[in-house]
Design a protein around this ligand. Structure first.
Ligand code: MG
Length: 313
């Protein structure tokens, strides 16, 4: 499912003291905010079910309690078979803000030679999303990462994307899966997943890919949208990361292996508490393909869980 989603969707350490005063985005108060809860949805969670009736489906999403969405599947000017402007009109009509979008450049391996091709992609994509007032431009697919030099090149490309996004009035971010918590060093031929794959005495020689992405990107140009579930699947603690990188991790994917409240894997209370302490205000619920009910029912189940949870604001 993870790979399917990738296909479908197309060194400065952060100072611990200086949490950026500005959250990633500032948003007007909506009715649902006044009701006390404010969270959004990554529409990838609806899968193809959304295509049956896009206006009706998005209206349902709003009625479940979601106030904003993050797009997925933008390609050559279109999303779900319509132009971005047509899609935005539908969102406007039902009161859903398009706050973010997940988009991947056309190549997965970054080199000096194809950097310009990637930048051209970001220019077009940033401009198209700026036109509909989208604020966050987020890459969800991991570039090929085998060793330290790869992470330096990726940092350079991310910084370039960040500059382009900034010039267009957006912020560029990176969204993780579990592979970003693999280990690399200068001469690894491929990243190594799982701490136990490396002899204990040698572990200190390795770097975590995600940490290098943080290290080699400019905090003024690149932020991180942490997918808390995939971080756990990567054998790491999302709360620890949020504590360590307060001004870098500025948005979250709220996700579990199932409909929220059903698994024992995720401690959402601790996650939300830390996120609010860090002034994070962009929360995107994500639900991968489930079998027990429709995606719409699952997405409603996740919203119901958040609405009845005292720790969600
Ligand atoms: Mg995610």
């Amino acid at each position: 499912m993870r790979n399917a989603s990738l296909l479908t969707l197309g060194g400065l350490l952060a100072s611990r003291e200086t949490v950026s005063a500005a959250t990633v985005t500032n948003h007007p108060t909506t009715q649902a905010t006044q009701a006390g809860k404010n969270f959004g949805l990554q529409i990838y969670s609806l899968g193809r079910e959304l295509d049956a009736d896009i206006p009706g489906g998005l209206k349902k999403v709003k009625s479940y309690g979601y106030n904003y969405i993050e797009l997925a599947g933008y390609r050559e000017g279109k999303i779900h078979g319509m132009t971005l402007k047509e899609f935005k009109k539908i969102c406007d009509d039902c009161g859903l803000e398009i706050r973010s979008t997940h988009v991947n450049p056309p190549v997965r391996e970054y080199t000096k030679e194809n950097k310009q091709q990637i930048m051209d992609y970001w220019k077009e994509t940033a401009a198209a999303h700026a036109e509909i007032g989208c604020k966050l431009l987020i890459q969800p697919g991991q570039p090929v990462t085998r060793n330290t030099a790869d992470t330096q090149m990726i940092g350079e490309v991310f910084n370039g994307a960040g500059e382009i996004a900034k010039n267009a009035g957006l912020k560029f971010g990176y969204h993780n899966h579990d592979g970003e918590f693999s280990f690399i060093k200068d001469d690894t031929k491929q990243a190594i997943f799982g701490r136990r794959m490396i002899p204990w005495k040698e572990q200190s020689q390795y770097q975590i890919v995600y940490d290098n992405y943080l290290k080699y990107t400019d905090p003024a140009l690149v932020f991180f949208e942490m997918d808390v579930y995939w971080t756990v699947m990567g054998q790491q603690d999302p709360v620890e990361y949020m504590q360590k990188y307060k001004d870098r991790i500025r948005a979250l994917h709220i996700k579990d292996k199932a409909i929220f409240g059903e698994s024992g894997m995720m401690n959402f209370e601790t996650i939300f508490n830390q996120a609010y302490a860090n002034n994070i205000s962009d929360f995107f619920v994500e639900l991968e393909g489930i079998k027990k009910c429709t995606q719409f029912e699952g997405v409603k189940g996740c919203a119901d869980y958040l609405l009845k949870s005292d720790f969600v604001k």
